[in-house]
Design a protein around this ligand. Structure first.
Ligand code: IPE
Ligand code: IPE
Ligand code: MG
Length: 243
């Protein structure tokens, strides 16, 4: 049974990806870790381009966790520069292709150049409706949940939808629920590493040993095929057995 038989998804899928394995991919080839990040960025371009044709309407990519600040300074700086050059080259392309870019995570620790590019990306692509590409930078799901909870002190308990809105308050013009349908993690680890803990309550989880720089369009299609073969029950019984 396809998932759509239980909860029809009007707008396409929300796929979230933990893009892991860049460092190991590089090390295995005798290259420095940052070469893996460079190759990973090229793969992001391909996957983003393919996503709408694969029925994905929201794609959330984990680019840098709040815990990644603890990496060596050179690697952190390399990644921040990579985000900048990615945005410099992609903002106009995204605007042309109807890709709406937005960013989740803390902004107060990002450098001013990157911040300006993020602001520009969000305003320049705000009306894109082909794909909503969300990039998580300096992101921690637990911190996001704590921040949303902090906004409610003294208020009545919100509904789930209201709380989801609080979590994504900075995203204007956004559907209340950004629940993840399919969470993909490349690189072989089977953990969430503080990514979208609230939004993944009923996500299908797909773990693959493929390192992110090798995760191509064929890999994405295989993940989606597996997703469509799963039966999502959301705590209920299958429709055919419900009397
Ligand atoms: C993911 O790849 C990219 C970031 C966390 C920024 P890693 O850099 O974690 O690669 P591995 O897991 O060390 O191979
Ligand atoms: C998660 O990968 C963060 C990103 C992919 C950006 P990590 O490599 O940082 O996660 P751990 O350390 O293996 O849990
Ligand atoms: Mg890793």
């Amino acid at each position: 049974m396809k998932n759509s038989q239980l909860i029809p998804s009007k707008n396409g899928l929300h796929v979230a990806i933990i893009m892991d394995g860049n460092g190991r991919w590089a090390t295995r080839q005798g290259k420095p870790r940052h070469a893996g990040h460079q190759a990973g960025a090229a793969q992001v371009r391909r996957i983003v381009e393919a996503a709408p044709k694969q029925g994905i309407s929201v794609l959330t990519l984990y680019a840098f966790s709040s815990d990644n600040w603890h990496r060596p300074k050179f690697e952190v700086n390399f990644l921040m520069n990579l985000f900048q050059s990615y945005l410099q080259s992609e903002i106009e392309k995204c605007a042309e292709k109807g890709v709406r870019l937005s960013f989740i995570g803390r902004r107060d620790r990002l450098n001013p150049v990157l911040l300006r590019l993020i602001d520009l990306a969000e305003s320049r692509t705000a009306w894109g409706n082909n794909l909503h590409l969300r990039i998580a930078i300096d992101y921690s799901a637990r911190d996001a949940i704590l921040a949303a909870a902090g906004k409610m002190v003294g208020q009545q308990s919100p509904t789930r939808e209201e709380f989801s809105k609080l979590l994504n308050e900075h995203l204007l013009n956004t559907e209340a629920s950004l629940e993840v349908d399919l969470l993909i993690r490349t690189g072989g680890e089977k953990r969430l590493s503080d990514f979208l803990l609230w939004e993944c309550a009923y996500a299908e989880l797909y773990f693959t040993g493929t390192m992110w720089p090798d995760f191509d369009i064929g890999s994405l299609k295989r993940a989606l095929q597996k997703f469509y073969r799963r039966q999502r029950r959301f705590g209920r019984v299958p429709l055919a057995e419900a009397i």
